[in-house]
Design a protein around this ligand. Structure first.
Ligand code: BES
Ligand code: ZN
Ligand code: ZN
Length: 470
């Protein structure tokens, strides 16, 4: 399905069907109000009504704000895909509604059909957006950016959705190397031998029982005159069985998504390079599989991490922080960045705290928290700040090592995980670092907003917005 922006009025576009958004107020004044009333259409947010004989499709919106338009556009594309029309047209109301329309259509219309022997046949071939005498050049720029960011989000979703028998640390590294070639990025991949030389013992312990070699992936996007240098770090657990602290059968299902942080940072660097942003970006991915076996790391093990901190393992299912500890250290040792942002499906506790739709944001810098909540509102990603405090920090004390990998108390688990990572942030970087827990927001088994079943691509729109603001 193709989406295009035309320098035309809606009445000059030839299409099988024309879609229109109506608020309860604009419905009252519409020429078709009588028949829409008869059909029971009240213009409730995301509700759909076809007037097939007239070639019209209406979708309700609570307001013409971008969040409502994005969600409604996702409803429109789903309705169109379920019908037999080949072409559709839609009016752009204003500049930011265009971003919402493009995101709603591309992200709401996304499907992952890799494993379906007979994917649903879709007749819809083209959606044309009418620019309606608005400034076409300005709209075209908005349109192109929205397409790049939406497609990067779908790229992230595709990797998250790929099954774990196919997507392991080695194949993730191959995929990242291909992205580097396609987008002219620098690429360095460290296998287990190099990781040993680099003292990445905490990361290596997690992947020891896997038949797949753990990989550290480092991609770099270097524009000519960068305004800032940003390091992105992603948790890439291609499967999290829990290790010897084995997950229950029910909670293991969906754990292919434990690589979503890694997939997100790959999507972010893809978007940044295609948007040609003036920001140097380093994407660091710790790609590891957490399995069981005779050589698995165990509760009671003490690991010596890259920065020398010793870690008492009390639960092998709290593995993401062990991987991130070393990858964060490696990133700080190798790049002097202005911002260090990690993305991880780190804790179930984050979902308990914020619900499954919201990304948990942690760190020391009030300014960064403010900048990211602004980027969140503008991009439509939900962000909630979780506060650090010294009492929770004490719960990570270990009697045998420098720190324990789990808290001694059951509450505040998202924050104690964030505080564990904080232990690996150098003093001079404390105010440059933010941790994003995407455990809830990265994956869904029921559609919401412009998200469909599976990976959502959480983080990509948010970070693209933040980087554009720099
Ligand atoms: N990958 C999980 C976190 C997770 C859970 C992500 C559910 C998405 C959905 C992580 O490695 C984990 O298992 N965390 C444990 C931590 C605990 C052992 C301290 C958790 O959240 O239960
Ligand atoms: Zn785990
Ligand atoms: Zn995990």
């Amino acid at each position: 399905m193709n989406i295009q922006l035309l320098n035309k009025n809606i009445s000059d576009i030839k299409a099988d069907i024309t879609a229109e958004f109506l608020t309860p107020d604009t419905l009252k004044e519409h020429a078709e109000v009588k028949i829409l009333n008869q059909a029971g259409f009240k213009a409730e947010q995301d509700s759909i009504c076809f007037l097939h004989e007239k070639g019209l499709l209406f979708c309700g919106v609570a307001s013409k704000k971008i969040d409502d338009i994005r969600s409604a556009s996702a409803s429109v594309i789903k309705a169109l895909k379920a019908s037999n029309y080949e072409s559709a047209s839609l009016s752009v109301i204003k500049n930011n509604s265009l971003t919402g329309i493009v995101e709603g259509i591309i992200l709401g219309g996304y499907e992952f059909n890799e494993y379906k022997s007979k994917p649903n046949e879709i007749t819809l071939k083209e959606i044309s957006l009418a620019s309606n005498e608005l400034d076409y050049d300005e709209l075209k720029k908005t349109f192109d950016e929205a397409v790049i960011i939406s497609k990067a989000t779908c790229f992230t979703r595709d990797i998250v959705n790929t099954a774990p028998q196919e997507l392991n640390p080695e194949t993730l590294a191959i995929l990242a190397a291909k992205l580097a070639t396609d987008n002219k990025l620098e690429c360095e991949i460290l296998g287990e031998d190099r990781l040993k030389e680099e003292n990445m013992n905490s990361m290596l312990a997690v992947g020891r029982a896997s038949i797949h070699d753990s990989k550290l992936i480092h991609l770099t996007y270097k524009p000519a005159n960068p305004k800032k240098i940003i390091s992105l770090v992603g948790k890439g657990l291609t499967y999290d069985s829990g290790g010897l602290s084995l997950k229950s059968a029910a909670s293991m299902v969906t754990m292919k998504m434990d690589k979503a942080g890694a997939c997100a940072v790959l999507g972010m660097i893809k978007a940044a390079s295609e948007l040609k942003l003036d920001v140097e970006i380093h994407a660091f991915v710790g790609a590891v599989e957490n399995m069981i076996g005779g050589n698995a790391y165990k509760p009671d093990d003490v690991l010596v991490s890259r920065n020398g901190t010793t870690i008492e393992v009390r639960n092998t299912d709290a593995e993401g922080r062990l991987v991130l500890a070393d990858v964060l250290t490696y990133a700080q040792d190798n790049v002097k960045a202005d911002g260090i942002f990690d993305f991880a499906t780190l804790t179930g506790a984050c979902m308990v705290a914020l619900g499954q739709y919201t990304t948990g944001l942690m760190g020391h810098s009030h300014k960064l928290k403010h900048d990211f909540s602004k980027a969140g509102s503008a991009s439509g990603e939900l962000i909630g700040s979780l506060p650090f405090n010294r009492h929770l920090k004490k719960l990570l004390k270990s009697d045998i090592a420098d720190i324990s990998n789990v808290s001694s108390k059951p509450y505040g688990g998202a924050i104690t995980a964030g505080l564990f990572l904080d232990k690996f942030i150098k003093e001079e970087n404390k105010n440059k670092w933010m941790h994003f827990d995407i455990a809830g927001s990265a994956y869904t088994e029921s559609p919401w907003d412009c998200n469909v079943y599976g990976g959502t691509g959480a983080g990509v729109r948010l970070m693209s917005q933040y980087l554009k603001n720099i």
